[in-house]
Design a protein around this ligand. Structure first.
Ligand code: ATP
Ligand code: MG
Length: 463
């Protein structure tokens, strides 16, 4: 074991094998901190709890891990013991290294546990008596997937964050119809046996926080004899997975991205509490915009992560195949042009069928600038949410031939530097502006599909 990820994975398997539960976030924080040679006061500060609480939890953890290892573990010897065992395992040819054996046994048991759980969950779906083996699920709000184009790499990132890194708050943001809900449905399918409760709720009706909390508590308490007082109590006592979809509905239009509507600011507090307090659950937000405060909660070794969901790769060929398009050798060009966006490609494939008898080659040959057609309403739904400053900046970006350095700025505008920077950041949080690295500097450009549309809408500036 050379790095903290291996250590956490190893410890998680060990604890899971012993107790059927994963490492808690505080145990993760202790292992990570001690591995990085931090002292308990520092770990307590980073984790936002008292030093005595860390000490108490750490003592229990050393005892449990030490017992399994047959070693006397403490904060001083933890790293050296594991490193020493690792060295033994590297020089050992007989395969009798204690750590190796433990790892292999635990791994086998771990897989066996999952298999057992899966078998049980198939035989007793949603049965309250078996709630610790199979989850209690309410995902009636989630869209149904009639087909699925693979997103292996994004799914494995999400699974790693949730199952191995014990991430407590995940934001998946991206353009409308890019596939945020689809990937979340697939994710649930793949990890459901790891949870006690799974619930999906959409905020498309501008649900207030108190209505949501009441709803969640009702869901959790249906299978309980003694209901718990708050949602976070359920998050602590059980492994819950909550998906909040359409989160952009609680953000303001006409302002920088990710600012709450009046009366909805408390959501920000809940997100922060979920990210920073100790529990074993996960909240996933699906949104067009990244909430502003998420950035400050993120960081290496912090249980908050963000996935900017972009288009499908070559999997998007399936969409063109289903539409019966021809000239397969040019499909990848079409997919790149429309950024692998499943819905955009679907719309454009229909146009190619209608106007070019399905020939991708003829369609591409006729393009002077990217054809939008029925995509326009989808693009408009994003642009109408922009603030006036963002409109000005995106119009200027759309007029540039190349990505611009942050030190450049619209020459004839009255924008201050701070407004310009904020606008670039905000457009990034909407996935409309992308960053490219040029040497050591960051350059920015507007999404190329939006570019001709924004150029054609100079009246944006004068709304
Ligand atoms: N990986 C995928 N496999 C199959 N269909 C997909 C996939 N990704 C997206 N789609 C299809 O594309 C359409 C849009 O997907 P989805 O509803 O998941 O997007 P979204 O990002 O949640 O959009 P919105 O922000 O508007 O809610 C749906 O019809 C969905 O079935
Ligand atoms: Mg959706």
């Amino acid at each position: 074991m050379k790095n903290i990820e291996d250590v956490l994975h190893w410890a998680d398997n060990l604890i899971f094998n012993d107790t059927g539960k994963h490492l808690t976030s505080i145990q993760e924080a202790i292992l990570t901190g001690v591995w990085q040679r931090q002292k308990y006061p520092q770990i307590a500060k980073d984790y936002n709890c008292s030093e005595s609480h860390i000490k108490k939890e750490a003592a229990k953890l050393w005892e449990k891990l030490g017992e399994k290892l047959g070693e006397d573990l403490n904060k001083f010897n933890f790293r050296s013991k594991l490193e020493k065992k690792n060295r033994v395992s590297q020089v050992s040819h007989s395969g009798d290294c204690l750590l190796q054996e433990i790892d292999i046994n635990i791994c086998n048991q771990f897989i066996q546990n999952i298999n057992d759980r899966q078998t049980r969950s198939h035989s007793h779906p949603d049965s309250p008596q078996t709630k610790t083996q199979s989850p209690i699920i309410d995902i009636a709000d989630a869209p149904e997937l009639t087909c699925y184009y693979d997103r292996t790499s994004e799914l494995s990132t999400l699974k790693q964050w949730i199952l191995q890194r014990r991430t407590r708050l995940i934001t998946i943001y991206g353009l409308s119809e890019i596939g945020k809900s689809a990937i979340a449905v697939k994710l649930i399918e793949q990890i459901q046996t790891q949870f006690d409760y799974i619930i999906w709720r959409s905020l498309s009706n501008n649900t207030t926080l108190s209505a949501l909390q009441t709803d969640l508590k009702q869901f959790f308490s249906r299978s309980q004899q003694t209901p718990l007082p708050t949602v976070i109590d359920y998050f602590r006592s059980y492994r819950c997975l909550v998906i909040l979809d359409d989160v952009q509905n609680i953000f303001r239009s006409g302002q920088f991205a990710g600012q709450y509507l009046a009366g909805y600011e408390d959501y920000g507090k809940l997100f922060k509490q979920i990210a920073t307090s100790s529990h074993q659950s996960c909240l996933i937000l699906l949104s067009w915009e990244k909430p502003r405060e998420i950035t400050t909660l993120e960081g290496e070794n912090r249980p908050t992560r963000t996935l900017h969901l972009k288009g499908l790769g070559e999997q998007a060929e399936e969409i063109l195949r289903e539409k019966g398009l021809t000239d397969e050798e040019q499909w990848s060009e079409l997919i790149t042009l429309y950024q692998g966006h499943p819905c955009w490609l679907n719309i454009i494939a229909s146009t190619i069928q209608d106007l070019f008898n399905g020939s991708v080659s003829l369609f591409l040959a006729e393009q002077n600038e990217i054809f939008l057609g029925d995509l326009e309403p989808l693009l408009e739904s994003h642009l109408e949410r922009l603030s006036e400053i963002e409109k000005q900046v995106s119009y200027w970006l759309a007029s540039q031939d190349e990505a611009v350095d942050i030190s450049q700025q619209p020459a004839d505008s009255t924008l201050s530097k701070s407004e310009f920077w904020q606008a670039i950041q905000s457009l990034g949080r909407r996935g409309l502006v992308e960053k490219v690295q040029v040497g050591t500097r960051s350059h920015f450009h507007i999404n190329p599909v939006f570019k001709p549309y924004i150029q054609s809408k100079s009246n944006l500036l004068f709304d």
